[in-house]
Design a protein around this ligand. Structure first.
Ligand code: SAH
Ligand code: F3S
Length: 439
């Protein structure tokens, strides 16, 4: 009988894709995916380390996994992989000595080998090397969760060093994939029936083609949009400094490129941005936003914000609230600053008390909720093309996303899942729209 595996993913879209790569490699070696950890011979936690909470979540989950281990003994292989594993390394064994595999991100291609090694030697198999092996960028074996939306890696790692961020330490410097490989993977996916391609990279628009066409991100996007049959292409996340006029031009002129951009700002205070080493001022960021907002195609804009960065004063925080007013974002992901090991921000003075961080986060979210509520009102009566995803949570049978990334809830048959539907908007909340199907 073949071995079974269960993978649990924490964190970002890139991690979701990494899990699909791990699953693909294990499947290729004859192992079988299961959806119940109690039935698995291999349990893999693909982890995140972006904030301390993410790390704690993995340790808590490991406490639960231990029960399976106690029941199954040496038969069960437990792997902790991804960013938290890269960061914590063998320290994981101090708190969870039953773990059999520790490996960093993008180790899908060596996972079968690590499983075999752990079983053979009965000792933890550890792979924390960060080298230039191009293999991880190539998605040779991918077991995809969705049959209509597919993530495609275009680059890995990050060359920037934002003072708060641990990603350059867990995923290493930026490595780019040759454009021809990206384009042929996307074309293959379209052939297989995929409707939406999501290009993934830590600073996705800093992409530099390492192969002869030497494409920049906008050029790559333009090539991808030309693939016959490709309905939608998105990307995440761009860095504001590498947002070129050429990129805006592609977004405006290629209808396949979704009219949505996630442009993380982090703070509305230039003083804080400087301390964060983001490389732009409030004014320069706003210039980019104005360009996007004055384009002839309406483009939805979302962002990430950190509150309570060391030294952030009440005035700095209010600058961020004013920025929200000025930009009128379609959505905002906001976080309390979390100190991360070996990052520059650790040495900064002016720690903001946890309670104050919590207060600022709540104020920010309330502020933004009102903006979103008012913005979403404008969609009533419009018809949006929605890619139907799955059942909506509350009162509707289905949910989907419009090209601008708005979530739309509606009622319809399950057979619509994975297809496009035209929905006329009849209502809204701060976070989603609702509507009825128009035939
Ligand atoms: N360039 C990446 C950023 C990944 S981190 C991307 O593809 O989006 C995602 C977001 O987490 C960041 O934009 C930032 O807002 C937040 N974040 C990163 N480090 C953090 C920290 N130490 N504390 C709180 N939030 C953090
Ligand atoms: Fe992190 Fe800044 Fe790179 S947020 S991923 S160091 S652009």
């Amino acid at each position: 009988m073949s071995r079974t595996f269960y993978i649990e993913t924490f964190g970002c879209q890139m991690n979701e894709l990494d899990s699909e790569k791990i699953a693909g490699s294990l499947l290729h070696e004859g192992m079988e995916p299961v959806s119940d950890p109690a039935k698995a011979d291999i349990i893999i936690l693909n982890t995140c380390s972006i904030r301390e909470k993410a790390v704690q979540k993995v340790y808590a989950r490991l406490g639960e996994v231990k029960r399976h281990k106690t029941r199954r003994g040496g038969d069960l292989v437990v792997g902790v992989v991804g960013c938290m594993a890269q960061l914590e390394g063998e320290k994981i064994l101090e708190r969870a000595p039953f773990v059999n595999i520790i490996a960093g991100p993008q180790k899908g291609h060596v996972m079968p080998e690590l499983v075999a090694r752990a079983l053979e030697t009965r000792r933890p198999a550890i792979d924390l090397r960060m080298d230039d092996d191009p293999e991880p960028l190539e998605t040779r074996h991918v077991l995809r969760v969705s049959a209509w939306r597919a993530g495609v890696t275009i680059s890995e790692g990050c060359n920037r060093h934002c003072a708060f961020c641990v990603v350059p330490l867990t995923r290493g410097p930026q490595k780019d994939r040759p454009s021809s490989n990206i384009i042929s993977e996307a074309a293959r996916l379209v052939d297989q029936g995929y409707l939406e391609i999501v290009l993934l990279g830590q600073t996705v628009n800093s992409y530099r083609d390492p192969s002869p066409p030497g494409l920049r991100f906008a050029g790559l996007l333009r090539k991808l949009a030309e693939i016959p049959g490709l309905k939608r292409v998105r990307f995440t996340s761009p860095h504001p400094n590498d947002f070129s006029d050429d990129l805006l031009d592609v977004m405006v002129s290629c209808s396949q490129v979704c009219n949505q951009i996630h442009l993380p700002v982090q703070s509305g205070s230039t003083r804080v941005l400087l301390a964060m080493r983001r490389g732009y001022t409030r004014e320069r960021y706003l210039e980019t936003i104005r360009k996007i907002q004055s384009a002839t195609r309406a483009i939805a804009i979302s962002t990430d914000i950190i509150v309570g960065f060391p030294g952030e004063t009440e005035t700095d925080f209010e600058d961020t609230l004013r920025l929200l007013d000025e930009v009128q974002y379609d959505s905002v992901f906001s976080f309390k600053y979390s100190p991360r090991p070996n990052t520059a921000a650790l040495n900064l003075p002016g720690e903001v008390p946890e309670e104050e961080k919590g207060k600022r986060l709540r104020r920010l979210q309330e502020h933004q909720n009102l903006i979103q509520y008012n913005k979403n009102a404008a969609y009533v009566a419009q018809v949006l093309e929605v890619l139907v995803e799955d059942r909506a949570r509350a009162n509707f049978s289905l949910a989907g996303r419009a090209a601008n990334n708005k979530v739309v809830n509606f009622n319809g048959p399950e057979s619509l899942i994975g297809k496009f539907a035209e929905i006329q908007i009849t209502g809204f909340s701060a976070n989603s729209l609702r509507g009825v199907r128009v035939q």
